[in-house]
Design a protein around this ligand. Structure first.
Ligand code: NAD
Length: 434
């Protein structure tokens, strides 16, 4: 099938490449010329495991191309909209200007029977509004098919998602939309992926409620970490113990520096803002979820200042900048926030991330970036592990200690064996662990 994907960022580039991998003929459209040039050459403009391979295969096969020209969407049957929905400056609501521009830009190129498919995360009510616009302006229809991919696993999650959700209009339009999406996803559906067909509002809410639930689970365990810190308990053991209860489950119960990235923080805020607009108090608790999450960043900064004593001019090694491992994404990254706060407090921050140095340098040019753990820790008065990259788990405390000026470490992601580091003479602090 001929498919277009509007917006080729972390979501859209992966979606376009994976649709080509499924055998479709795909054109990706983005307004960012340098991103399009990279993608068109078969190169990934950001770090995502597995993406370079599917991109290169798609481009080489001739089934995948990229352009800045919206007119090239003409002739495609299904048009995915995957542009950003950031937080509005000065408010918590989602900024829909990019979605509106993408759908508006598509309208002149739509033909009878085409289907516009929203993938961006949007406030409930958006699909109904845009569906009316699309149907009034063309013979096309609109569905909302929220995306659940996780950065770091984006290719696998796109090709084999936990579930598909199709938000479709009522009546024959809904049946046609469902049939077209079934054709797009024929491969994964045949492999048994579940698919739920809902109305627009339900599909939009599935996405934001899933994110709200995950954020709440993370902040729940981080709230327990705060209690553990005040009482001498161990939040890791607590998580293991409550996680054995199948109703609770152990996943997403790792206490630490909290969530960040381009989705969870802005999505829970936009969800609250939408509930406020609807005159509902139902999501008031998300303000606390957000507050617990942001407090963890402050806690780590305060802990670092306490351990350093004299912060001005002290060399601090920051290990990890991305908001999560296996990604170079630093949007609302807790690690980068902590690094910047320490720099502002007067420390000389030397940062190393296996993949995110370049993306971090764009938004935080004042930090010093180095290419290895060894360079970062050389002569440092304190080291902080702020992203749980696999390579940090295997750090040798004796070797690290020999390089540092003082044996001090903060493990903000629960990846180090603190007792072992203490055996090697470290003042070693974790979150929610004695
Ligand atoms: P992103 O910023 O990486 O990508 C957005 C892209 O859209 C950019 O490349 C931008 O240049 C392009 N764009 C903006 N306006 C355009 C226009 N009018 N025409 C063509 N291109 C345009 O953002 P992202 O992380 O890919 O997120 C996109 C959407 O997907 C958001 O709503 C996000 O919440 C949602 N989402 C993201 C993820 C994720 O893990 N990144 C997961 C699920 C859902």
């Amino acid at each position: 099938m001929r498919i277009s994907v509007i917006g080729c960022g972390y979501l859209g580039a992966v979606h376009a490449a994976c649709m080509a991998e499924l055998g479709h003929d795909v054109v990706g459209v983005d307004v960012d010329e340098s991103k399009v040039a990279e993608l068109a050459a078969g190169r990934a403009p950001f770090f995502e495991p597995g993406l370079p391979e599917v991109l290169a295969r798609g481009v080489a096969s001739g089934r995948l191309r990229f352009t800045t020209d919206m007119a090239e969407t003409a002739g495609a049957r299904v048009h995915f909209v995957a542009v950003g929905t950031p937080q509005t400056a000065g408010s918590h609501a989602a900024d829909l200007r990019y979605v509106d521009a993408a759908v508006g830009g598509l309208l002149p190129h739509l033909s009878d029977g085409d289907l516009v498919v929203g993938k961006s995360t949007v406030p409930v009510g958006t699909a109904a509004r845009l569906g009316d616009l699309v149907r009034a302006s063309s013979g096309a229809d609109l569905a909302w098919n929220p995306e659940f991919l996780r950065e770091g696993f984006a290719v696998a999650d796109t090709l084999s998602p936990d579930r598909f959700v199709y938000g479709v209009p009522g009546g024959e339009g809904g049946e046609r939309a469902t049939a077209l999406l079934d054709e797009v996803y024929a491969g994964p559906l045949a492999a048994g992926m579940p698919r739920l067909v809902t109305d627009y509002a339900t599909a939009e809410l599935v996405k934001v409620s899933a994110n709200a639930f995950l954020a709440t689970k993370i902040s729940f365990i981080n709230a327990m970490a705060e209690i553990a810190e005040a009482t001498g308990a161990d939040v890791t053991q607590l998580a293991d113990a409550i996680g054995h209860d199948a109703r609770i489950g152990r996943r997403f119960l790792n206490a630490g520096l909290g969530f960040g990235g381009g989705c969870l923080p802005k999505d829970i805020r936009a969800f609250q803002a939408r509930a406020d607009e609807l005159g509902l108090e139902s999501l008031a608790f998300l303000a606390d979820v957000d507050a617990v999450n942001m407090r963890r960043r402050r806690y780590v900064v305060d802990l670092a200042l306490e351990m350093l004593g004299e912060v001005v001019g002290a060399k601090v090694a920051v290990l990890g900048l991305a908001f999560k491992p296996d990604s170079d994404d630093v949007r609302d990254s807790p690690a980068l926030d902590v690094a910047r706060a320490l720099q502002e407090a007067g420390a000389h921050v030397v940062a190393y991330d296996p993949e995110a140095n370049a993306t971090a340098a764009l938004v935080a040019p004042g930090l010093e970036y180095v290419d290895s753990v060894d360079e970062a820790i050389q002569g440092a008065a304190l080291a902080l592990v702020l992203t749980e990259w696999r390579q940090f788990r295997g750090l040798d405390p004796e070797a690290v200690g020999r390089s540092m000026a003082h044996r001090r470490v903060i493990d903000a992601r629960t990846v180090l064996d603190l007792a072992l580091w203490r055996d090697h003479g470290f003042e070693a602090r974790g979150l929610g662990r004695p």
